[in-house]
Ligand binder design. Structure first.
Ligand code: ATP
Length: 241
């Protein structure tokens, strides 16, 4: 289980991005994180994945634990080795490398060739297009395919908890549907997911629990069924009245 307790994060002196965030993600769960621009969703994922320092951010209070291990002081590679792997916003694939080289770069913690092959086989089953395009330069893929590659690369280290930052961003509705199906399948195969999304309709369809961030705090939390019934969520995120 991932648990975040009273987390405070700042960027430099002037920006307090998170002020006292509490949440939990159980091992068999998909948690959707909703909220408007600047509410702190990406900051949460950066803190969990250990990449916050690369963005000049600092944890100024509270803690993040994965199982018995405190992770908010670990570097990203150590966090990946614990089984917690992030797909950052904007994908950040290696455009000049081939699709297959990108996947191999993600195989952190795969000790043997057999482990790597098994991970690659699973990724190819989830995303057949990545097998078809294995030798193509990643930069030539479409936006949707690049998103698939970014998720596939993260899966190469067989995570127990996958952190996704806006996987639907910029994708056509049909591809959003495909990505949602794949997230559900990844979950059914035993990986927990934290899904940060602007697309609340999509996120609530995929997740079983959700939190709504407002200016660095959790304003609402519950099961997706509970949040779908909330008037605030309907009005602000689902286009209801
Ligand atoms: P979005 O959906 O727009 O990415 P978000 O909910 O993910 O929004 P964050 O990116 O976590 O929000 O930003 C939270 C706050 O921290 C915002 O006020 C933002 O301007 C600020 N912030 C984010 N990254 C940095 C940074 N590297 N340096 C300074 N301030 C930052």
């Amino acid at each position: 289980m991932l648990s975040v307790r009273d987390l405070h994060v700042r960027y430099g002196r002037s920006v307090a991005a998170l002020h006292g965030v509490d949440l939990e993600v159980h091992d068999d769960s998909v948690l959707a994180v909703l909220g408007s621009n600047g509410a702190g969703k990406s900051t949460l994922l950066r803190t969990i994945s250990g990449t916050l320092r690369m963005h000049r951010g600092t944890v100024t209070g509270g803690e993040v634990r994965y199982g018995d291990t405190r992770v908010d002081r670990l570097d990203p590679a150590a966090i990946v080795r614990l089984g917690v792997v992030g797909v950052p916003e904007g994908r950040q694939i290696f455009a000049r490398m081939t699709v297959d080289e990108n996947l191999r770069a993600g195989a952190i913690g795969a000790r043997t060739g057999a482990q790597r092959s098994a991970a690659r086989k699973r990724v190819h089953e989830l995303f057949p297009v990545l097998a078809e395009r294995a030798r193509q330069r990643a930069g030539l893929l479409s936006g949707g395919e690049q998103q698939m590659l970014a998720i596939g690369r993260a899966l190469m280290s067989t995570p127990r908890l996958l952190l996704l930052d806006e996987p639907s961003l910029g994708l056509a509705p049909k591809l959003v549907g495909q990505i949602s199906d794949i997230i559900r399948e990844i979950h059914e195969q035993g990986t927990a997911v934290v899904l940060v999304e602007q697309n609340a309709t999509m996120a609530l369809r995929v997740a079983d629990h959700a939190v709504v961030f407002e200016v660095g705090r959790v304003a609402l939390s519950g099961t997706t069924a509970e949040l779908e019934r909330s008037e605030d969520v309907q009005r602000l995120y689902l286009g209801g009245h």
